[in-house]
Design a protein around this ligand. Structure first.
Ligand code: NAD
Ligand code: ZN
Length: 254
């Protein structure tokens, strides 16, 4: 771990009061949920995920989607927030973070204790009928699916139920996107954690913050397209880097 980069990050956070965190699948890999793009993670490689996890793929072949989705669902339900999620909850409690904007559907920021969370790619708390658009709480539906591996159907019209996770080709939830953009415009610090920053328009959020004068910290195992515009770049496991930044922050602010 590069102590200088940790200290520089802590100094930026120390001077901020309107920060935002922008997180991707990489913050949850230490909780046992693989990301899509890292090698060997499996989720991306085994099938053409772009096709299976698209809204067209879902409509054409719901069984194919649910087969692909099964192991991810199992892992998400078994996962617990890790120290990186908890560090972000602590930063919010300290008044340093205004919001967490996440691309994850795993709901781990909520469970870690963050209060203001914008879930740009949806979540697994609800499922919606693709025909009559009735919305159902997802918990019993997922429990049944994990038991019988069957495609869930709408009790009202018999059509297929889709978890409220955003698939490729679907619109992002507009209220969440607008609120995220507003928080980014107001922000004085953006901390990116575990995102390849390759999926637009979500990846535009850190750029929006930077353009409006925010400092940009990127914590990601691999280089990202925004590294060159960042104030600090840490190519390190978020579950090591974020707690290190937090303890540096706590020791300097005493
Ligand atoms: P991504 O797979 O494109 O990128 C993840 C990035 O995190 C990679 O660049 C990788 O180097 C980095 N990374 C992995 N482990 C890390 C760690 N411990 N510390 C620091 N960095 C780490 O993910 P993405 O940018 O979030 O986009 C993929 C999309 O897939 C997301 O939009 C999301 O909706 C969905 N997804 C969600 C989950 C989840 O909810 N946990 C999991 C997989 C995919
Ligand atoms: Zn229906």
């Amino acid at each position: 771990m590069n102590d200088d980069l940790i200290r520089q990050s802590a100094e930026i956070i120390q001077g901020s009061s309107k920060g935002i965190a922008f997180t991707g699948a990489g913050i949850s890999t230490p909780s046992g949920i693989p990301d899509f793009r890292s090698h060997d993670s499996g989720l991306w490689q085994s099938v053409d995920a772009m096709a299976v996890a698209s809204i067209w793929g879902f409509r054409q072949n719901p069984a194919g989607f649910f087969e692909w989705f099964y192991p991810l669902t199992e892992l998400i339900l078994a996962a617990k927030p890790n120290v990186a999620h908890k560090a972000l909850a602590q930063l919010e409690a300290m008044g340093k973070l205004q919001a967490v904007i996440t691309q994850n559907i795993d709901m781990l920021h909520t469970r870690a204790g963050n209060k203001t969370i914008y879930e740009l790619h949806g979540h697994l708390r609800e499922a919606t009928c693709i025909h009559c658009f009735t919305v159902y709480p997802a918990e019993p539906i997922i429990a049944q699916f994990l038991k019988d591996k069957q495609v869930p159907h709408c009790p009202k019209c018999g059509s297929v139920l889709k978890p409220n996770a955003i698939l490729f080709g679907e619109q992002l939830p507009i209220q969440q996107l607008l609120a995220s953009q507003e928080a980014a415009r107001r922000s004085d610090m953006v901390i990116v954690v575990g995102s390849s920053l390759e999926v637009a328009p979500a990846s535009d959020i850190p750029i929006l913050g930077k353009r409006n004068g925010a400092k940009l910290i990127i914590i990601n195992l691999e280089p990202t397209p925004l590294d060159s515009m960042a104030d600090v770049v840490i190519h390190e496991n978020a579950a090591l880097a974020l707690p290190a930044i937090l303890s540096c922050l706590e020791s300097t602010s005493i």
